[in-house]
Design a protein around this ligand. Sequence first.
Ligand code: DO4
Ligand code: MG
Length: 283
Amino acid sequence: MDSLRLFKTKSGTVISYKGNFYDFPFPWDALINRDHLYEYLVEEIKNTSTKHTAKDFMANQLLPPIGSQEVWAAGVTYFRSKEARMDESKDTGGSSFYDKVYEADRPELFFKSAPHRVAGSGDRVYIRQDSAWNVPEPELTLFINSNERIEGYTIGNDMSSRSIEGENPLYLPQAKTYSRSAALGPCLYVPSVPISPDTSISMEIVRAGKVMYQDSVQINKMKRKHNELASWLFRECDFPSGCFLMTGTCLVPPSDFTLAIDDKVAITIDEIGTLTNTVGMRI
Ligand code: DO4
Ligand code: MG
């Protein structure tokens, strides 16, 4: 399958295509928010000279591949997420909601982040000071343009407080939405055809050089279709520059695990790359 990758860097947009890196001086939102993005970029590249070597490119600090778009998230789209959530809320009576939403027509969709709170690859993601139980959630993330077309993909980390969500499902916005609770990166992956259902997503969490958690899963385990999620999101919302939609997690560390400051979280999706973040806290 043909594809290209768009990197947003401090010195502008760089496109990686067939082993070459191209400088692309074009405002991010206008660049990505179009139909047939892959075909458009391939045509544009023909008029662009190769400017970067991979080494130059790596020296530029990556920014999250987002402009003015909102970030939304879907929840309980995998059986494992349903199980974990039912478990964390069993003592407070909230568990039946997860069971119901897993089976319902209408999916769980929630607002995750404004663009200025999103971390990029290499940045710190935060855990909340008032939360005792925290996990990363590795999620394939769709870029959906303003016409509701899925034109690209990136890797998302839906950082979550399990203690706050478990206490009461009405606390979900606080469990999910706070500074640097969302990470996106390292690039916007733009394939010529939709991403394969056999794509793997994996996550590794390392603490002081020791692997604390490692697992992977194929996205074909997801209960819902990408277009189905997009169509629910666009029902009553308009997104003038498109939006990002995290598609839910299937990888949940064991219940006795919580993140600690300076943990390294690496999320890899075969075709897209690796999103790497270190855990921190807002001070
Ligand atoms: O129901 C709460 C959020 C679920 C979620 O974020 C997920 O399944 O990934
Ligand atoms: Mg999630």
